[in-house]
Design a protein around this ligand. Sequence first.
Ligand SMILES: Cc1cc2nc3c(=O)[nH]c(=O)nc-3n(C[C@H](O)[C@H](O)[C@H](O)COP(=O)(O)OP(=O)(O)OC[C@H]3O[C@@H](n4cnc5c(N)ncnc54)[C@H](O)[C@@H]3O)c2cc1C
Length: 387
Amino acid sequence: MDFELNEEQRMFRDMVRKWVVKECPKEWCRELERREHEYPQELWDKIVEAGFNGIGIPEEYGGLGGDIVTQVIFMREFARHAAGLGWIWGITSFSGAKSVGFYGSEEQKQRFLPEMAAGRLRTAISFTEPGGGTDLLTAMKATAKKADGGWVINGEKIWSTTADTAEYLLLIARTNKDVKKRTEGISLFLVPSDSKGIATTPLPKLGMRALSSCSITLDDVFVPDDLMLGEEGQAWYHATKTLNNERIMMSSMCLGMIDGVLEDAVDYMKIRQAFGGPIGRFQALQHYVADIAMWQKQTELMLFNAASLQAEGKPCMTEAAMTKTIASEYACQAADLGISILGGMGYSAETDMQRYWRDARLLKIGPVSNEMARNMIAESLGLPRSY
Ligand SMILES: Cc1cc2nc3c(=O)[nH]c(=O)nc-3n(C[C@H](O)[C@H](O)[C@H](O)COP(=O)(O)OP(=O)(O)OC[C@H]3O[C@@H](n4cnc5c(N)ncnc54)[C@H](O)[C@@H]3O)c2cc1C
């Protein structure tokens, strides 16, 4: 049993850490995040220049190779400074590229993966609809009807993050209503975001304000046959292959934020003075950081366990759901205590605690809510399905 990164992974982590410190200082990320609906192109350009888009994409398709553990290491280090802006790298890397990699045809892999690896092609995920994200199958109204040479999509999507800047939308729509189970008859498309009939509207939100989450209307949008990903009608079954990936990657973003909170809290406790000395000598505050350090360790162990199982192709649905739940709750609790430790400065837009706090909060809601994740964990204990 080995709980350590191997030498190659440690070298990769150290290289990413150095890059993050040099190229993405926290104060710079803070300024970028507050630019509401203004895509942080500068940040994207730096990622592209460093070649990090290739992480997790096989070398034969122009990527750098590496498994989910490598992706986790990158996301953790990146989110330590970037917090929720980590999505800028993540959405294409662990959703778009993984979807094409898992169930795209050889022709689609050749066509899309090198472009993604080079940072020339970005995807947004367009699954959630206004009627609901948790019970997506019931809420889903988007349809794709067969036409000559392709499909015509109509419907609405909501909360699609970066849909206004990505080149393609990874979108699900019902292609067959006449099915025995609601999980059948749904298909996945890579929809060019500049297609005729698409309108996107950025929505105001609490965190990651620079990365727009959008509502989308699709009005008779034509998508050619070769942009359907995977088998027709099987999207729900295909998607389950990437869900663990997404949950594990979200957990690594949470762990990066816990790292960021902890280092800022300890630094501040060493310099801030009260009652004749640094506030770091107060036991109440020491207990706060001790708690955060314990949450960090627990999250790290669970995360790398789940990521290793996923990398080895072993079942890990419950481990991924547990990790995502714990990681998001600890990240929120850590940022909340971080604000208390910094006092008024914790609430100030001039420090990062408020940014970690706002960005971490989303991850208790999505991509799967923690209530739903708990349902799945309970089900794995042999209890009846509650939904
Ligand atoms: C900022 C942001 C970015 C997002 N980005 C994307 C994106 O890029 N692409 C995308 O497709 N989606 C995205 N989402 C959508 C996200 O995945 C959904 O918000 C999430 O799945 C929850 O769906 P909902 O908001 O419709 O809540 P609802 O489904 O309406 O749930 C409301 C509440 O009911 C609870 N609930 C529902 N069913 C059960 C049950 N059976 N048992 C217990 N509790 C239950 C939920 O846990 C929640 O607390 C984003 C959302 C936000 C806020």
